[in-house]
Ligand binder design. Structure first.
Ligand code: UT7
Length: 331
């Protein structure tokens, strides 16, 4: 189960009106098509591991777990500090987690859910006791700020949780992970790997930026979210009516509305903060979880379903019985 949680939100805000000055777009288009009003971006020089470190430090403090007692650090990210070494290793060093294994998970916006599934498996198998699971992104670094199709959508942030063993029936109940690699080209960052190593030409053609076929990804998301939610609920043996709160990937308010409608669930049960942060990829679900908890939307004993989708194509969902009391307000 989750025993500690933390987040890192950059202070710099970019509003839709700021973007009107950069590309041919309007606040009205962005709000009606996506629900996004503003997003956060890191200043120059701040990296994904910096955000991950801030979120992890809060999560460890909240859990009362010492970094030296971590067995494993898993970072979900599409924007690692560099291809090699893993961002999880950079974090391991900065945290002083000298007994922890560390690796990154690459499943685009689904990375944190994939990472939580791995942490759950390690803990359930008795291979680890204290696992740090981070979702951290600086998408502003791979965004083409001259491409209106993508630059209005994304933002930077991070969140982290500490997971520990719990009795069966408490904490995570079931996971569903899926992939359809045939849709890989719908959302990709083509250059910088072995297929198109970085060169003057790749930079000239903008292949080091995120490329997306938004409409196709939208259709995929609307199909896959209700299916993933229904399937993870069935595996956990729970009815959707008994779920207190759904925490979906925050990509587009219309995708969340469509999922609620298809599932016949009240829209108020879906937590939403996309208007403030845009799509922060693998950070989106854990940041939303943090804020649902912070705002008192979830309480110990509540059933939750978390769901994400993204490049790969990938999707993932988990059902959990929340066990953490609300944040301490008396400081
Ligand atoms: O984590 C997973 C990552 N990706 C996603 O979740 C994205 C999923 N897709 C979406 O959220 C939506 O498809 C978008 C928000 C990206 C686009 O919304 P849409 O309703 O599918 O719009 P569209 O792509 O069909 O474009 C409609 C029009 C086009 O103009 P024409 O061809 O109709 O003349 C676009 O050129 O809107 C135009 N457009 C814009 N106009 C103003 C596209 N981007 C913009 C923009 N401002 N920023």
């Amino acid at each position: 189960t989750i025993v500690g949680i933390g987040k890192a939100i950059p202070s710099k805000v970019i509003t839709n009106h700021d973007l009107e000055r950069l590309v041919n777009t309007t606040d009205e288009w962005i709000v009606t098509r996506t629900g996004i009003r503003e997003r956060r971006v890191v200043p120059d020089g701040v990296t994904t591991s910096d955000l991950g470190f801030e979120a992890a430090t809060e999560a460890l403090r909240d859990a009362g777990v010492d970094a030296a007692d971590l067995d494993l650090i898993i970072v979900g990210t599409a924007t690692p500090d560099m291809i090699l070494p893993a961002t999880a290793c950079i974090l391991q060093d900065r945290l002083g987690a000298r007994h922890a294994g560390a690796f990154d998970v690459s499943a685009a916006c689904t990375s944190w859910v994939y990472a939580a599934a791995m942490a759950h498996g390690y803990i359930a198998a008795g291979l680890a006791e204290n696992v740090l699971v981070v979702g951290a992104e600086t998408l502003s670094k791979i965004t083409n700020w001259r491409d209106r199709d993508t630059c209005v959508l994304f933002g930077d942030s991070a969140a982290a949780v500490v997971m520990r063993p719990a009795p069966v029936g408490q904490g995570f109940l079931s996971f569903v992970l899926g992939a359809d690699g045939s849709g890989g080209s719908l959302l990709s960052l083509p250059a910088g790997g072995s297929r198109a190593p970085a060169s003057f030409e790749t930079v000239e053609r903008g292949l080091h930026y995120l490329q997306m076929n938004g409409r196709e990804v939208y259709k995929f998301a609307v199909r896959c979210i209700p299916r993933a939610i229904a399937s993870v609920a069935e595996q956990a043996g729970i009815a959707l009516e008994d779920v207190a709160c759904f925490i979906p990937h925050q990509a587009n308010i219309r995708i969340i509305d469509a999922a609620a409608e298809r599932l016949g669930q009240p829209r108020e049960k879906f937590f939403v903060n996309v208007e403030r942060y845009g799509n922060t990829s693998s950070a989106s679900v854990p940041v939303a979880l943090y804020e649902a908890w912070e705002e008192g939307r979830i309480a110990p004993g509540d059933l939750l379903i978390l769901v994400a989708f993204g490049g790969g194509l990938t999707w993932g969902a988990c059902a959990l019985r929340w066990t953490k009391a609300g944040p301490q307000t008396a400081e």
